[in-house]
Design a protein around this ligand. Structure first.
Ligand code: PLP
Length: 390
């Protein structure tokens, strides 16, 4: 008989009752060090006082009104995001894949309004992940995600990872946009070189296409910059954000330049929940914490500390860990044994990591984990490596 919860997930046999900072606690009191943060979502760890305060204060006042009315909390968060980024305007969603839906619609509507309705093609990349909506799976295009779900949304052309010649050959006056993650998350923590992002910006400028960055996983301070595009010294036209922005409350956003957003006039898009008072009160509190230079500098410092330890593990246990990848606190360990086994051995050590494609385990800890948490995480990873070695 089918389980009462639709059985689409392969869940680990773990169940947490509460969280404190970078720690998750089971009902029996077992404490797990959380280096996954619910897949890069709990950017400030669990039960952060500022987020609890923002949530409970708002909860006592007003949860939801719909976008039929003004939402001051939404206005405030939009202002914060616009102040801190390339963007002139923001639309709030409830998830990353909804941000993908709007990014695709926005790019196509832009060309429609420019009198080029046939300009619908979006270039995307092998190994990418943009969520599980109809446009999200079409954008990523992997066999695993689209199989059985046809007809698949058209107009996406899938190109090899980090192959600029392929992009140049594919880009044309039919290209509406290029959509790409600066660092692939689900794909196995595969970072694009800054030079590639720069070149993609140039290709877009040459053919007129819009550059859409998917920073759902790598954004909101995770790399040590508020957004990863800053490393390359370029700006996108449209950017998808989610995961960390709500710190655990479901929230996403599409950020855009005024020109790229020019087709999205009243009535062209909407969401019942998107940007509701509760979500935006929390989002605002997250932004206030993660967007300061001091916080971002700490992310970089902690990244160096963690990374140094991980490099040590690769050197000591080359039959378990092959390579460290990624940036900031979005790090990956390429495994020699099956990465699922390494994640499971982590559970035995009360350590949470997240598997990804390309046989990589992801370390996506709360951005405010402590130096002691890092030391503890490295010790537990070493215990895992010892058990998996030889
Ligand atoms: C998680 C993720 C998404 C989808 O976000 P959901 O909130 O699960 O819909 C899209 N893009 C990237 C890069 C992601 O990591």
């Amino acid at each position: 008989m089918i389980s009462t919860v639709l059985p689409t997930y392969n869940r680990a046999p773990l169940s947490f009752e509460k969280g404190e900072g970078a720690w998750l606690v089971e009902a029996d009191g077992r404490r797990f060090l959380d280096l996954g943060a619910g897949i890069a979502v709990s950017a400030l760890g669990h039960a952060h006082p500022a987020l609890v305060k923002a949530l409970t204060e708002q909860a006592e006042k007003l949860w939801h009104v719909s976008n039929l009315y003004q939402i001051p909390q939404q206005q405030k968060l939009a202002d914060q995001l616009v102040d801190a980024t390339f963007a002139d305007t923001v639309f709030f969603t409830n998830s990353g894949t909804e941000a993908c839906e709007l990014a695709v619609k926005m790019a196509r509507k832009y060309w429609f309004e420019k009198g080029q309705p046939e300009r619908v093609e979006i270039l995307t990349f092998e190994g990418s992940f943009h969520g599980r909506s109809a446009a999200g799976i079409a954008a990523a295009g992997s066999e695993k995600m689209v199989k059985g779900f046809g007809p698949i949304v058209g107009g996406f052309t899938h190109l090899p990872f980090n192959d600029l010649d392929a992009v140049r050959a594919a880009a044309s006056d039919k290209t509406a946009a290029i959509m790409i993650e600066p660092i692939q998350g689900e794909g196995g923590i595969r970072a694009l070189p800054d030079s590639t992002l720069k070149a993609l910006r140039e290709i877009c400028d040459d053919c007129g296409a819009l550059l859409i960055l998917d920073e759902v996983q790598c954004g909101m301070g995770r790399t040590g910059k508020l957004f990863a595009y800053e490393f390359a010294g370029i700006e996108p036209d449209i950017m998808m954000v989610a995961k960390g922005i709500g710190g655990g409350f479901p929230l996403g956003a599409v950020l855009a330049k005024e020109e790229a957003a020019s087709g999205m006039t009243a009535g062209t898009h909407g969401s019942t929940y998107g940007g509701n008072p509760l979500a935006c009160a929390v989002g605002s509190a997250v932004m206030s914490e993660v967007s300061t230079p001091e916080f971002l500098a700490e992310v970089s410092r902690k990244s160096a500390l963690l990374r140094q330890g991980l490099e040590g593990l690769v050197a000591t246990y080359p039959d378990v860990f092959a390579e460290v990848r990624g940036s900031g606190l979005m790090l990956g360990l390429k495994c020699v044994p099956a990465c699922a086994d390494i994640v499971a051995k982590g559970y035995d050590e009360c350590l949470i990591t997240v598997p990804a494609a390309d046989n990589v385990i992801r370390l996506l800890p709360p951005l405010n984990l402590t130096d002691d948490d890092i030391a503890e995480g490295l010790a537990r990873l070493e215990a895992v490596a010892k058990k998996a070695s030889g």
